[in-house]
Each structure stands twice: as structure tokens, then as C-alpha cells.
Design a protein around this ligand. Structure first.
Ligand SMILES: [Zn+2]
Length: 641
């Protein structure tokens, strides 16, 4: 930069400028200084935008896992190594970091640093320069207690092992700025292999206990001059690429995941991926559209929805397309702000989408959307282009089969396809939708019993999707009413919509250092509104659905340029205050449905019997144990034949 300015001065100095020469030189020097200052500010800002991973000699497992987690949240990390041959800081006493740095490190690295000549000075330098510092991995050792005293004075006295699996993690109810939707909730059980706790000194002030374990601090926040310190007692950080087997909840990694995510969110704010407008919808599987179905009373549910302000999508079985009367359709049309319908399988026979035969899958997908389209034409009831698989059973090939038919997403209770069940890893559960199968979005939903799972969804920026069946309404809507009120208390920003809109509008965003709003979308469409008072620049990115497929983009119906980059397709656009844009990505493989691909006669009669047995069960037999058993044996015989 400076050398460049010197060259310019030599080359363009006017030879006969006379009196102007001094003025020109002063202006050039001022210009050069201004540019140098601008460059320095930019460089400094760029450096402090990064996450610094401070490591001793070589990366520990927790360092590597923290970096992967940060990258998943959209935060680039830079390693600053200490104690190695390249270590200028310890050798020459040069400063470790720029002011305002945000740093992650381990107690072991800081203990090693503190034990070296000049190390204590460098640790002071770190505490005075870093704006945010995360330290994990404390052990019940004298050296770690000395470090604790150095980091936070006399507020934390020592470190202690957790003896019992019975202890549970309690998230603070009074630190909502950090704990967000997890505030006040209890998780667990503890993991005595990993978990240690701090012992707080009597009357410790200036210390916020963000997460406690068995009433002892596990994750704390304190300040040291201008440094915002967060200390996590446990040493393990979850590896986002760990496999997650069927039946295992991502909350198993609570203590290894939540504290670092809370730290990164707190330190980087809108710089990391987040969702500030979470969507919600309840899905009820199977019912016909009539005043009541089994224990479900649509009018009663409508009253609860209106009072509570939530929405319901009926997962409608396409086989039933001819069975909605005009009168009943009228009720759903009049209440379309509360009720919507989506596609629930095709015939709803056992595991009908748990097969891998692509021709048969294509026939079933086509038939399902054909029936739903006929239903829409006949009743005037539009449907959400979302598939809910019957019994939650599907193959990855079934997701591929949905791609050409304008489906927006799949909503399911499990992410495990029958043909590729071993590929799911923790990273999939931490993202808004599972994109592992053909980059087609699969959103997860929960039964309204697990408030912790709902809180984790909201904490991670996922939509809040609930699922139930008619039996849940055996005692009316009071249980649902109560659960929804607890969910709403987790996050007052939830926007309840139809299921398609909940999927389409579930995306992440972050603001980059240049002020561009980066958006990571999951479906092929999105609506963007600039509610700000100034012009905004957006870059919308979606993972590429198919490398071979030609992708085109339209903005408010008109073609717009898109680029293939970072493993996906991106579109840049600008919006003036108050403007709105509908962006859509198009692929080459769109296909029209065909109602001709109807099932064979034997299949059709089996489906007919099966559907009517299910309805008999749901509407009349649910209250009689003996009749219920008879119907179930009939269904089992049918699925075997
Ligand atoms: Zn079902």
C-alpha cells in the first residue's frame, strides 16, 4: 500500500507546477494517509470479524470441533498457535491479538501459556484485548484453579467432578439474552465421563450462572475489564460429524453443544446464521374433511386455534380426494387462515413410500399429486405442496421421486430412510432442514409432549412443527391449548402459517462485514421483504439440488442472473425500503402429473378395504378395545397379503 503511493508520487509529480507543487504534495500525502487508515480499519475489522482459535502447539479435539461448529454457523476461524517454533508472541513478547478479537481456547492451552516465562503478561494482554473469550475443559487440578483465579478473581474457587448420572442441567431463567429459547429449561442426564463443575466462592458477585449441573455452575459468564468471558467446565465439544443412530436425540450432546453455540451467538450476533422469524404449524395426520373425525372436532379445534393464535395443517390422504363434500370444503375455505391441507402419501398403504423402485415411486408420487389437484379443482381447496409420509416410512429414492413434481419439502417425524439409515449425523440435526438426500429438504416434526425438543428447534432456527392424530383429542383441545401456550412462551416471535409457508420461510440469514444480508434457503422459493429504512443488498444461496440440472432463477416472475458457487446456486439482489421480492429457482426436471397411472384392480380393492377399515377404527371403534383388536388384525392381514 505505502509502496504503491510512493510510486504514484514519483510518476505523476508535475515538473512545472511551481506554487501548486506544495499544495499537491500535501493533498497527495493526506490522500495517502486517508487510504492507509481506511485500509488499516478494513484489515483490523476483517481480522476481528474472524473467530480466533488459540491453541497450544497443536490442535486438541475440542479445538477442531469448535472450529467445525463455528464454520457451520457461518464464522470463519483463524488458528493462533502458541508454544511452537513459529511462536513470535512468546519469543519476542509481540502482542497475541488485535483489540476486539473473539477467542475460543482451552484451559489446558492457557495453563501452558501461564507456565512459560512472559506467559502471564501475554495472558493479561489476551484479557485486555479480547472482547469475547470462551474457555472450556477445566480439571480439578491446582494449575487450573490458579488459572480460574487469574481469569475471574475469587468468584470461582475450584473444579469438581460430577459423581452422579442423576444430576441434570438447569438453564438459567434470568439470562435470556444468552440462553434464548432454552431459558429456564432442564436437560440431562449428566455425563460423569465428561462433566465437571465449578465451585463458586461464597457471595460471588459479577458471575452469571448460565447453566448449572446439580446446582453447581457448569457454564458461567463474567467480565474482566472489557472482556466478556464465558467458561465451560466440561472438556468435550461435540463433533458435528458424529453419526446419530435412530432413536437417539441430538439433546444427548446438550452439554457439549449448547454452551459453545451460546457463546458464538453472543459474541458474533447477526454475523452468524440465525432465524429471527421462526414459523410454526401443527400437522394432524389422516382425517377426512368433515365436521368430526374420530375424536377430532374441527369446530372445537378452530376455537382453540383462534384463541391461541396457531394454525393446523391436515395431512390429507389423496385416495380420499372424491370424499370431501362442498359443504365441508366451505368450512375449510372460510377458515383458510387457520386450516390448510397437505399431501399424506397416496393410498396410505403400509410403507408405500418405503420402496426403492423408481418407476413405481414415480407412479405413486404422480398419482398423489394428480388426486390432490383434482380435489383442489372440485372443492376449490388449495393444498400445501408438502409430503408427509404415511407411518413416517420412506426411502431416499422417494425424496428423489418428489423432486420433479413441484413439491416444496417433506415433513416427517424421522430423518431415517429405509435404504440409507446410517448416514445421518449431528450436523443434519443442527441444520434447519435435512438436505442429505438429493438436496431435497426434509423438515422434522415432534409430538406435543417434548417441550425441550421444541425449544432446541427454535434455538437452532428451525420451524416449530408439531404432529398429532385424532386420538390426541379424546379429552378435547385442552392438552394442545396448554402445550401451545408453553411453546409460545419459549419464543414470542413464532409466526403460525400453513405448512408450505412454514417450510418456504424457514431460512437462515447473517449480515456479512460488507453489510450484505446473506440468506441460506432450503426450498426452491423464498419471499424477501425489506422492512428497513434504507436500501439493502441480499445474496440468497441454496445448496445445489442436482449438479447436472440446469438452474434458472426468476425474481417476481422475470429471469434473473444466478451463479453456481460454494456448492450451491446464488442470486444477488437489492431492495429499496418497503420493497418485496419473490425468488424462485427452476430446474429442468419439472413434470406434469398423470391421473392415468392408476393402481391395478387388486391393489385398488385392497386399498379400498384398508382405508375403510382405518376409518371404521378411527370413527367408531377407538372406544372399544375388543373391536379395536379385530380391526388391527384385519389391517395386518391386508398388509401381509
Ligand atoms: Zn397417516
Amino acid at each position: 500500500m505505502e509502496r504503491g503511493s510512493g510510486n504514484r508520487k514519483r510518476i505523476s509529480m508535475p515538473q512545472t507546477a511551481g506554487a501548486f507543487e506544495g499544495t499537491w504534495a500535501r493533498e497527495a500525502a493526506a490522500d495517502s494517509l486517508r487510504r492507509r487508515q481506511r485500509q488499516m480499519t478494513h484489515d483490523q475489522r476483517f481480522k476481528t470479524e474472524e473467530l480466533i482459535s488459540l491453541q497450544w502447539q497443536s490442535a486438541e479435539e475440542s479445538d477442531r470441533n469448535l472450529i467445525s461448529l463455528a464454520e457451520m454457523m457461518g464464522l470463519p476461524a483463524r488458528v493462533v498457535g502458541l508454544g511452537g517454533p513459529e511462536d513470535a508472541a512468546l519469543r519476542e513478547g509481540s502482542p497475541l491479538l488485535e483489540s476486539g478479537s473473539r477467542v475460543i481456547t482451552s484451559a489446558r492451552a492457557l495453563v501452558e501459556l501461564m507456565g512459560r516465562p512472559g506467559g502471564a503478561v501475554l495472558l493479561d494482554d489476551l484479557l485486555s484485548k479480547a472482547s469475547h473469550l470462551f474457555v472450556c475443559g477445566f480439571e480439578p487440578l491446582k494449575s487450573h484453579e490458579t488459572l480460574l483465579a487469574k481469569l475471574c478473581g475469587d468468584t470461582l474457587a475450584s473444579v469438581r467432578k460430577v459423581e452422579s448420572k442423576e444430576s441434570r442441567y438447569q438453564v438459567s431463567g434470568t439470562a435470556r439474552d444468552v440462553c434464548l429459547q432454552l431459558s429456564g429449561l432442564t436437560f440431562g442426564p449428566a455425563d460423569p465421563d465428561n462433566d465437571v463443575v465449578f465451585v463458586a466462592a461464597d457471595g460471588a458477585s459479577n458471575l452469571r450462572e448460565l447453566i448449572t449441573l446439580g446446582n453447581r455452575p457448569y457454564f458461567v459468564q463474567t467480565t474482566r475489564s472489557s472482556c466478556n468471558l464465558m467458561l465451560m467446565a466440561g472438556h468435550r465439544i461435540a463433533n458435528v460429524d458424529s453419526p446419530v443412530s435412530r432413536g437417539v436425540s441430538p439433546l444427548k450432546w446438550f452439554a457439549q453443544l449448547v454452551p459453545p453455540i451460546m457463546f458464538l451467538r453472543h459474541a458474533f450476533g447477526e454475523r452468524c446464521w440465525h432465524n429471527d422469524a421462526p414459523r410454526g404449524c401443527l400437522v394432524i395426520d389422516d382425517p377426512l374433511l368433515k365436521p368430526t373425525y374420530g375424536f377430532l372436532d374441527y369446530e372445537d379445534l378452530l376455537g382453540t386455534m383462534k384463541r391461541r393464535g396457531f394454525t393446523t395443517c391436515i395431512a390429507f390422504i389423496p385416495w380420499n380426494h372424491a370424499r370431501t363434500s362442498d359443504r365441508n370444503a366451505g368450512f375449510f375455505k372460510r377458515n383458510s387462515d387457520r386450516y390448510s391441507i397437505c399431501v399424506h402419501g397416496c393410498d396410505h398403504t403400509k410403507a408405500e413410500f418405503g420402496i426403492t423402485d423408481s418407476i413405481e415411486l414415480d407412479r405413486r408420487v404422480s398419482l398423489a399429486i394428480g388426486r390432490m389437484t383434482l380435489h383442489e379443482k372440485r372443492t376449490g381447496l388449495p393444498f400445501d405442496k408438502v409430503m408427509v409420509f404415511p407411518q413416517g416410512i420412506f426411502s431416499s429414492a422417494a425424496l428423489k421421486a418428489l423432486k420433479p413434481y413441484d413439491y416444496v419439502a417433506v415433513v416427517n417425524s424421522t430423518p431415517y430412510p429405509v435404504d440409507r439409515p446410517d448416514e445421518i449425523c449431528l450436523r443434519d440435526f443442527l441444520d434447519v432442514a435435512i438436505m442429505r438426500y438429493w438436496n431435497f429438504p426434509l423438515f422434522l416434526r415432534h409430538y406435543p409432549v417434548d417441550l425441550n425438543a421444541c425449544a432446541l428447534d427454535l434455538f437452532l432456527g428451525r420451524p416449530l412443527l408439531l404432529v398429532e392424530h385424532h386420538k390426541y383429542f379424546k379429552n378435547g383441545c385442552s392438552a394442545l391449548d396448554e402445550f401451545v401456550s408453553r411453546v409460545q412462551a419459549l419464543d414470542h416471535r413464532i409466526i403460525w402459517t400453513n405448512l408450505e409457508s412454514a417450510c418456504v420461510n424457514s431460512f437462515l440469514k447473517r449480515v456479512d462485514p460488507q453489510g450484505v444480508i446473506q440468506m441460506k434457503i432450503y426450498t426452491d422459493r423464498v419471499s424477501i421483504a425489506n422492512n428497513d429504512s434504507e436500501r439493502k443488498h441480499y445474496r440468497v444461496w441454496r445448496r445445489t439440488r442436482d449438479e447436472a440440472a440446469v438452474i434458472e432463477a426468476t425474481l417476481n416472475g422475470k429471469p434473473v442472473a444466478c451463479q453456481l458457487e460454494d456448492g450451491g446456486v446464488s442470486v444477488s439482489l437489492q431492495l429499496d425500503p418497503g420493497d418485496r421480492a419473490d425468488l424462485r429457482l427452476w430446474h429442468t426436471e419439472s413434470r406434469a402429473f398423470s391421473e392415468n397411472s392408476s393402481s391395478g384392480l387388486i391393489d385398488a380393492s385392497r386399498t379400498y378395504l384398508r382405508r375403510h377399515l382405518c376409518e371404521l377404527r378411527d370413527n367408531y371403534v377407538s372406544k372399544s378395545e375388543l373391536l379395536l383388536k379385530l380391526i388391527e388384525s384385519g389391517r395386518k392381514l391386508l398388509s401381509k397379503s
